[in-house]
Design a protein around this ligand. Structure first.
Ligand SMILES: [Zn+2]
Length: 135
């Protein structure tokens, strides 16, 4: 008989990754049922991945975000759109680091960190009070 353990670090990381990416999808108003299922698919694959490579557990949130971004590109188009650049072609943010802990969204055109993964909803809404570089 094994003792019933609380959520394992892996399950916790997957749960967090799922929540963060869903929060960003909600922020972009694309959290529809089939989009949510893309997140679930990614979480299933990353569970397998982390079981093979437990050290990668910290990277799961960034990887799920990138998985969902890729999957959305096929079905819906670019996500998440850059909220920072007001002009020019619409473009998507990218996850950095691609493989690392504490992932965040960056705009490569403006060269800025936009928000942590999971915090897009609080970025670029209503205009930020301080906008360095643009007067
Ligand atoms: Zn941009």
């Amino acid at each position: 008989m094994e003792p019933i353990s609380p959520l394992s670090p892996l399950e916790q990381a997957l749960h967090t990754a799922r929540a963060l990416v869903l929060a960003d999808l909600v922020a972009a108003e694309v959290a529809e049922a089939d989009v949510v299922s893309l997140v679930e698919e990614s979480v299933v694959q990353r569970r397998w991945w982390v079981e093979q490579w437990p050290d990668g557990v910290e990277y799961v949130a960034g990887l799920v975000a990138q998985d969902v971004q890729d999957a959305l590109l096929d079905r819906y188009g670019r996500w998440p759109l850059c909220p920072v650049c007001g002009s020019g072609d619409p473009h998507a943010l990218e996850v950095e680091p691609e493989l690392g802990p504490d992932p965040y969204w960056v705009c490569h055109q403006a060269g800025v960190k936009v928000a942590a993964v999971g915090a897009l909803g609080s970025a670029g809404q209503g205009g930020t009070p301080s906008s360095p570089g643009s007067a």
